[in-house]
Design a protein around this ligand. Structure first.
Ligand SMILES: [Zn+2]
Ligand SMILES: [Zn+2]
Length: 174
């Protein structure tokens, strides 16, 4: 796909799209994988494997974490989910809504994630790729810092200590 115009696919992915991807690639469509895909599409947000697995447990305790993990990977391969690495430590998964791209702001202290979109940044990224004769297929863009709550709490306690190692702080997210 060398074309970067938005597809006309429905905004929210469907289980049918996943099943279609699986059969095109000659992979087994198990009832569990189907249930996981369904649950994922009905659970918007940014989830770690652990978060989503806990959610799956409430729906179907018979599904193991490895199956959940592999299915998330398959959803990513199908282009219906995306894996975001906010830091080196934990991957988050979210639904890919066709034609509704966004980037992320992340608080390195509490793990809060805010979705952002700025057409000027999007345009600039395309221009940069073009200047280097790259066909742009996507990008991975996370701005990290402190949310207002954490910044204010920090001011209260230690009068503005600098965060020097975001990866260290984010392990205690949510
Ligand atoms: Zn925060
Ligand atoms: Zn997002």
């Amino acid at each position: 796909m060398a074309n970067d115009t938005p597809t006309t696919a429905p905004a929210t992915p469907t289980v049918e799209q996943f099943l279609d991807f699986m059969s095109r690639n000659k992979m087994n469509i198990t009832a569990q994988r189907r249930r996981i895909a369904e649950a994922f599409f009905n659970y918007p947000g940014h989830h770690t494997l652990e978060d989503f697995y806990q959610h799956m447990q409430t729906l179907d305790p018979s599904i193991g974490q490895t199956t959940v993990y592999r299915t998330l990977k398959l959803l990513c391969a199908a282009g219906l989910a995306t894996e975001i690495h906010f830091t080196d430590t934990v991957a988050h998964y979210e639904i890919v809504n066709a034609g509704a791209h966004h980037d992320h702001l992340m608080c390195v202290n509490c793990g809060k994630i805010v979705e952002v979109y700025d057409s000027a940044i999007e345009k600039l990224q395309k221009a940069v790729a073009k200047a280097h004769d790259f066909t742009l297929l996507g990008h991975y863009h996370v701005l990290y810092g402190l949310c207002p709550d954490c910044r204010n709490a920090q001011k209260d306690t230690e009068a503005g200590g600098e965060i020097t190692d975001p990866a260290r702080l984010v392990t205690q997210q949510k």
